[in-house]
Design a protein around this ligand. Structure first.
Ligand SMILES: C[C@H](O)CC(=O)C(=O)O
Ligand SMILES: [Mn+2]
Length: 345
């Protein structure tokens, strides 16, 4: 039987889907329900990681430390992790998170920029944290480059490196190719992880493909709550794993109940591949751009899909959120110019 470890991201990636507005009470309820499932790890933070609460990424409802303390208290049997994107979060943010009780840090960079994780990984190891490297928008990066980037993270001290399908743009063959290349080239003691988004409706199948290709850790979230069309739904993935004899250590019924009774009532929109979130996967765009693009589309009177397709063509990456407004503005201006031209003829 294959055994894997799951990390739940409802209280971090799921934050994007609720505009970072979970209350402390929401966090406690979700963390407590997850703790009861027996899951290995829970990630909690602003959707864009430590220090993410800002004009650029959207203000969170609660103070970061209060939020982390609430999750650690409500989930005493589960390791709590935080995400940190160098440039958004700092080493001081990480130290404060350690004081709140986190035991794991996941350091995220664009999939060709592992070198900016070196200092943070070193500092995290000095603090005694378990360290995971998180290579975002992995679909944009050829496999041999991804392998080099993962090797850099491992050489800095990461104990696990994730392939992150931030755009939900990958399908099973690509997942298998990338995961098995990492598994074949990293030292045996460095685990390989996979983080999916469901924009093409393939998150569960992709996560199973990752396990079959050698991934030891998989991310999931209750009811799939996450950016875009969400992440791999935890309860669905656990059920699929049971059928395939893959051991996760998660209690299926408790996960189903937590998804249904605790998370679904807290959703502010259905987390499904609808026309806009599907376009993220189709165009290969960062899932957390979805709500920003929806807002820009309304403001400038254009179709959010046109914004997302143009962002995909420009290969825009995380941190370039301001481009969403630029593109929406340009699209609106070209529509205005066309209608001016039509009036003249
Ligand atoms: C900051 C992003 O939301 C990290 C992530 O979950 C992804 O890239 O996917
Ligand atoms: Mn994600």
């Amino acid at each position: 039987m294959t055994s894997i470890r799951l990390t739940d991201v409802t209280l971090r990636d799921g934050m994007h889907a609720v505009r970072h507005q979970f209350s402390l009470e929401d966090a406690r309820a979700i963390a407590g329900a997850l703790d009861a499932t027996g899951i290995d790890m829970i990630e909690a933070a602003h959707g864009d990681g430590l220090g993410g609460s800002s004009v650029q990424y959207g203000f969170a409802k609660e103070d970061e430390e209060a939020y982390l303390r609430a999750v650690c208290e409500a989930a005493p049997n589960t390791k709590v992790a935080a995400l940190l994107l160098p440039g958004i979060g700092t080493v001081d943010d990480m130290k404060r998170a350690v004081d709140c009780g986190i035991r794991v840090i996941r350091i995220a960079t664009h999939s060709t920029e592992a070198d900016i994780s070196e200092e943070h990984i070193h500092e995290a190891r000095k603090l005694g944290l378990e360290v995971v490297g998180f290579l975002m928008l992995s679909h944009m990066t050829p496999t041999h480059v991804l392998v080099e980037e993962a090797q850099k993270m491992a050489s800095y001290g990461a104990q696990c490196v994730y392939i992150v399908d931030s755009a939900g743009a990958m399908l099973m063959d690509e997942v298998s190719e990338k995961v098995s290349a990492l598994r074949g080239s990293l030292p045996g003691e460095v685990e390989v992880g996979f983080h999916a988004h469901n924009n093409l409706g393939a998150s569960v199948a992709n996560s199973i493909a990752a396990v079959r290709a050698g991934a030891e850790r998989i991310d999931a979230s209750l009811a799939g709550l996450g950016a875009g069309a969400g992440n791999t739904p935890l309860e669905v993935f656990v059920a699929a794993c049971e059928k395939l004899d893959i051991h996760t250590g998660v209690d299926l019924y408790r996960a189903m109940d937590a998804a249904e009774d605790i998370v679904r009532p807290r959703m502010i929109r259905p987390v499904i591949p609808d026309r806009d979130s599907l376009t993220l996967g189709y165009a290969g765009v960062y899932s957390s751009f979805l709500l920003h693009a929806d807002r820009a589309a309304k403001r400038f009177g254009v179709d959010a899909r046109d914004i997302l397709v143009e962002l995909g063509k420009r290969r825009v990456v995380g941190g370039q959120e301001d481009m969403i407004i630029d593109v929406a503005f340009e699209l609106a201006r070209s529509v205005d110019r066309r209608s001016e031209g039509e009036k003249r003829t």
